[in-house]
Design a protein around this ligand. Structure first.
Ligand SMILES: *[C@@H]1O[C@H](CO)[C@@H](O)[C@H](O)[C@H]1NC(C)=O
Ligand SMILES: *[C@@H]1O[C@H](CO)[C@@H](O)[C@H](O)[C@H]1NC(C)=O
Length: 300
C-alpha cells in the first residue's frame, strides 16, 4: 500500500497495490454558522456512509464548537473514525484544543485515527518547522498512544520548510494540494495535482530515509462548484466531478489515502483570499450540498 512513490508512478497501469482510503474534511458549523451538535455529526456520517465509501473524516480544532465532545460519540454510533485537529496558531486555541484532547481522545480511542497539530501553519508563516515540531511534541506528551503529525501545503513539505517536522518523529503527515488555487485549467488539474503530491511525498521519503516510516495522506484537495474563475481554474459541477474522478479516485486506486475538501458546503464562511490576492468564494467546496445531497458521483 505504501510502496515507493516513484515505483507507483512508474507503474500506473499495472499497479496491484490495494486501494487507498477516501476521507472528507468536515466543518464544525451548521449552514447558519452555529455549532454542530452530536445529531448533526450523526446525520453527516449517515449521508457520507450512504453516498460514499468514506469512513473517516478530519476536523481542525478539537475544542472549537465543542467539536471533539460531539463528533466522537457520533463517530462511534455510526462506525466512523476521525483525525482530530489542533489549532496551534494562538496560545489560547492551542491550550483549549489540548485540554479537549486530554478529556475526550482517551475515551474514544477507537474513533481517533490520528491527531494533527496545525493546518497550513508553515504555509501561512505562523511557525517554522522547528516551532511547529515543539507544539507537536507537547501534544504527543499530553495524549500518548495516538498517531500524531501535521497538515500543511504540499510545497512546504517539498521545499524543506518542514524538514524539522519530518525528522522529528511524527507518525503521519497530510499534504494539501489544490490545482484550483494554482490556477490550473481542469485539463491540467489532475496532472498538476499528481505532480505536487509526488514531489511532496518524495521529499518526505527522502528526508525520513524511508518509504513508509511516516504515513502520508493527501490532507486536502478539491474543486469548487461555484464562484469566480481563478487563473485558468473554472468552478463548475462538471469540473469538480472530473477532478474527483480523475484526481481523487485516481490516487486512491493507486493505493494513496486522500481527504477531500470538503464533505458539505459551508455557506456561513466569509470570502477567502487566494495566493495571488484574488478574493474568492469558499462556500461551495462541498462534495455535497448543505442538505447533504451529492452534487456529483462521489464514489470511486
Ligand atoms: C461547550 O460545552 C459546554 C459544556 O456542555 C457548554 O457550557 C458550552 O457552552 C459549549 N460551547 C460551545 C461553543 O458550544
Ligand atoms: C500543467 O501541470 C504541470 C505539472 O504537472 C506543470 O508543470 C505545467 O506548468 C502545467 N501547465 C500549465 C499550462 O500551467
Amino acid at each position: 500500500m505504501r510502496s515507493s512513490l516513484a515505483l507507483i508512478f512508474a507503474s500506473v497501469i499495472s499497479s496491484a497495490a490495494a486501494a487507498g482510503s477516501l476521507g472528507f474534511a468536515l466543518g464544525d458549523k451548521r449552514s447558519d454558522g452555529s455549532c454542530k451538535g452530536q445529531d448533526d455529526y450523526e446525520a453527516d456520517f449517515k449521508a457520507l456512509s450512504a453516498q460514499t465509501d468514506a469512513r473517516i473524516v478530519r476536523t481542525y480544532a478539537a475544542a472549537e464548537c465543542n467539536s471533539s465532545m460531539n463528533v466522537l460519540p457520533a463517530a462511534k454510533a455510526t462506525g466512523f473514525q476521525v483525525v482530530l485537529g489542533v489549532w496551534p496558531d494562538s496560545d489560547e486555541s492551542f491550550a483549549l484544543d489540548k485540554a479537549a484532547l486530554i478529556k475526550y481522545a482517551p475515551k474514544y480511542k477507537d474513533q481517533v485515527y490520528a491527531i494533527t497539530v496545525g493546518s497550513e501553519s508553515m504555509y501561512r508563516g505562523t511557525f517554522t518547522g522547528t516551532e511547529l515540531l515543539s507544539r507537536i511534541q507537547e501534544i504527543k506528551k499530553a495524549v500518548p498512544g495516538f498517531k500524531i503529525g501535521t497538515a500543511d501545503s504540499w510545497n512546504k513539505f517539498q521545499d524543506g520548510t518542514a524538514d524539522a517536522v519530518i525528522k522529528g518523529g511524527v507518525d503521519i503527515i497530510l499534504c494539501n494540494a489544490f490545482s484550483y488555487w494554482q490556477g490550473q485549467a481542469i485539463s491540467n488539474a489532475t496532472g498538476s495535482f499528481f505532480d505536487d503530491i509526488k514531489q511532496a511525498f518524495g521529499h518526505i521519503q527522502a528526508i525520513s530515509g524511508s518509504n513508509d516510516a511516516i504515513e502520508m495522506w493527501v490532507g486536502e484537495t478539491g474543486w469548487t462548484t461555484a464562484g469566480n474563475k481563478y487563473g485558468d481554474a473554472v468552478p463548475s459541477v462538471s469540473n469538480a466531478a472530473t477532478f474527483f474522478k480523475q484526481g481523487v479516485c485516481g490516487l486512491i486506486e493507486w493505493g494513496f489515502n486522500v481527504f477531500f475538501f470538503e464533505a458539505f458546503d459551508e455557506p456561513w464562511k466569509p470570502v477567502a483570499t487566494g495566493q495571488d490576492g484574488t478574493v474568492a468564494d469558499e462556500t461551495h467546496w462541498g462534495a455535497m450540498t448543505v442538505d447533504r445531497k451529492a452534487k456529483y458521483a462521489i464514489k470511486c
